[in-house]
Design a protein around this ligand. Sequence first.
Ligand SMILES: [Zn+2]
Length: 602
Amino acid sequence: MQNRLIVPWTCALALLLVSLFEGCAGHRATPEEAKAFINEAEQKLLELDNDAQRADWIKDTYITDDTEAVAAIMDERAINATVGYAKQATRFDGLTLDAVTARKIKLLKLSLTIATPNDPKESEELTRITAGMEGTYGKGKYCPGGPQSCKDLEELSKIMAESRDAKQLQETWTGWHAIARPMRKDFTRYVSLANKGAQELGFKDNGAMWRSKYDMAPDDFAKELDRLWEQVKPLYLSLHAYVRSRLHQKYGDAVPASGPIPAYLLGNMWAQEWDNIYPLVEPASADPGYDVTALLKRKKTDWKQMVKYGEGFFVSLGFDPLPQTFWERSLFLKPADREVVCHASAWDVDAVTDLRLKMCVQVTGEDFLTIHHELGHNFYQRAYDQQPPMFRDSANDGFHEAIGDTIALSVTPEYLVKIGLLDKAPDTSKDIGLLLHKALEKIAFLPFGLVIDQWRWKVFSGEIPPEKYNETWWQLRLKYQGIAPPAGRSEEDFDPGAKYHVAANVPYMRYFLADILQFQFHRALAQTAGCTSPLNRCSIYGNKEAGAKLNGMLQMGLSQPWQDALEEIAGARQMDASAIRDYFAPLEKWLDEQNQGKPVGW
Ligand SMILES: [Zn+2]
C-alpha cells in the first residue's frame, strides 16, 4: 500500500498530497524537490535492482519454469519503476540544479533502452511486441529436411564455424535468416511506438535517446564514430583483401577476386568475427610454439587455480583480493544435476561487495583469457561501489567491456612466463599467427559493430522507411564490411532481425566503443608501466603504477562524463583508434606484403 503511493508518482495522487508534490497542478517544482526526488528514486531503484539481480542469479544457476517466471516478475518491476521515475523527472526540466542532481536525473532518463508511451494501450502493445520479437528469435530454428531435422542457432552456428562446404554454408545462412521474416511487421510498429515513448521524454526519437548517453550532442557522437572508423579503415581493408584472396583460393569463383566477400563464408552467422576460419588463412610457419591449454594441463591446473590466476593478476596491480563470499557464492563449474546458463558473466548482486562469477570453467586457454576478462568487470564493480547508486556503472557502456578486454590484452607470453606456466617466451617473429588470429576477431568486428546502430539510428529517425529495411541493411554492410548476401534477398526478408540485438532491442554501439577503447587503455597503461616491447608483447602484470592509474579511473564509475574518465587513464579526452594500428603494426606490414599486386577494397 505504501509502495503504491511512492512508486507510481502520478499527478492524480499529487493532488491529494499537495505539500509533497507541488510540481503538479500549477505549482512550480524546486531544485530542493528535484534533489530529494532523485535521492529517493535511486535508493528505491537500488532495492528493486538488488531483488531482480538475486532472482536473475537463481534463474541463471537453476533454470526452471518457476525461476524464470519469478525473475521476469522482478525484472519487470524494476523496469516499470525506472520508467515511472524517468517520466516523473521530466517535471524538473528547465530547473537549474546542482551538478550531481542534474547528472543523476539525466542518467535516470537515459538508463532506459526503451520508453513505453504514456497511453496504457500503446504501452502494453510495445511491451508485448518487444517480448514477442525476442521470443521469435529465441525459438528460431531451421529445419532443412522437415520437422524432424530442426536445428537451433547453437547447432547452426557450429556448422557456420566448422563446415567448409560452400553450398551447405549458404543453405544454413539462408535457413537461419528466414526466422526474421515474420518480425518485419512487428518491428515497424515497435519503431513508431518506441519513438513515441522517447519523444514523451523529450528526445527526437529512440535513436537520439540512445546516442544521448555519451556526454556529447547526439550528432557529434555519430561524427566521432566516423572519425574513429577512418582511423582503422586501412587496416581493415588490408585484412579484408588478404582474407578474400585466401578464400578465393579455397572456394574459387564463389569468392570474387575483387568484389565483396559472401557473408556466409566467414565462419560466423553474421560475419561479425572471422576467427573460425583461421585455419583457412593461417600463415606458414606462424605457430607460436606453445598452447596455453597444454601448458595448463601440464601444471595440472584445476578450476580454482584458473580463477586464482585471474585474481592474482589484479592483486599484482595493487588491488585487494576478492572477498570470501566470491568464492562461496559464485558458480564455477557446470553442475551435473541441473540446467544453468553457462555463458560467462560477472555479477555484483548487491552493488557493493557481493561479487560473483558465473561460468562453467574448463581448463583451456580460452577460459583462462575469459576469466581475466570477467574479473575485470568484478574489479570495476568493486572500485566504484562507494559512489551513489546512480553512478555505480562504467563511464560509458563501452568502458565495462573494454576493461575486461584490456586485462586480457596483458595475457602475453611474457606474463605466462612470469606466472610459471611457460618456460620461455617465443621470439617476436612468431607473432604474425597470434596477431592475425586476434585481428580476425577484433578488426573484423569493427565495421560490424558500427553498422548495426548506423542502420537502427536511420530507421528510428525515419531516414530509412520500412519498405527499404532490407535493401539499406545490405547497402551499409557492403559499404563498411565489404560483404554481400546470397543472391535474391528482397523486402520479403528482414535480415537485421536475424541478429539478437536487433530482435531484442539491445543497443550495440558499446561493442564498437569497447573494441576501440581497450587498445587505447592498453597502450596508455603499457606506457605507464614503462614497456618498451612491441605493444602486443606488453603486459602490465605486476606494475603498481599502472594499477593505480587503472584504479583511479575505475573508481570514478559513472560520476563524471566519460571524457574525464578517459583522461584519467589515457591522458586524452578523445577516443583514439591509432592504438589499434600500433598494436597490430607488425601484422599490418605483413598483410600489405601479402597483398602486393592484389586488389584491395571492393
Ligand atoms: Zn564482458
